[in-house]
Write a protein of this length. Structure first.
Length: 146
């Protein structure tokens, strides 16, 4: 077989693979199990992070002795308030992330996980591995901002 023939053969195989991928309407149960494991790992880490953030802005582990100092420290108090507000915003964002991951688990159970809500096509595995709660393909996401 000549080199030119090999290139044509490889291109033909790749084209067939792409057509098969396009015709699929959902991921297999094995693929869904892989994504479920990824999501559950991220969910556990996200819940731990949320707990840390919540403790940081509510002073849950603090016994309330910070403000008993006889001197009034305006700058220090201002920084503490700012820090608490930032932790509160981060906790709210983390909570939203957890909700999105939980919704992804529901989609896995319903076997609709990985289907783009705009195009109806499968979202690429690479995208779902990096953003497991994605509901839009890269194509749909790019078109969203046009």
């Amino acid at each position: 077989m000549k080199r030119f023939d090999c290139v044509i053969l490889i291109q033909g195989v790749m084209a067939k693979k792409e057509k098969i991928e396009e015709k699929r309407t959902r991921f297999s149960d094995e693929e869904l199990a892989e994504f479920k494991a990824i999501i559950e790992n991220k969910l556990e880490k996200a819940r731990n992070d949320l707990e840390l953030l919540t403790e940081a802005y509510t002073n849950a582990n603090d016994h309330g002795t910070n403000d008993t100092s006889p001197t009034f420290k305006v700058l220090e108090e201002g920084y503490q308030v700012l820090s608490k507000e930032e932790n509160s915003r981060l906790a709210a964002r983390q909570s939203k992330f957890i909700t999105n991951l939980e919704n992804a688990l529901v989609r896995i159970e319903n076997k609709t996980y990985g289907v783009c809500r705009a195009t109806g096509k499968l979202i690429s595995k690479e995208r779902l591995r990096s953003v497991p709660h994605a509901t839009l393909s890269i194509e749909a996401k790019n078109n969203q901002y046009k």
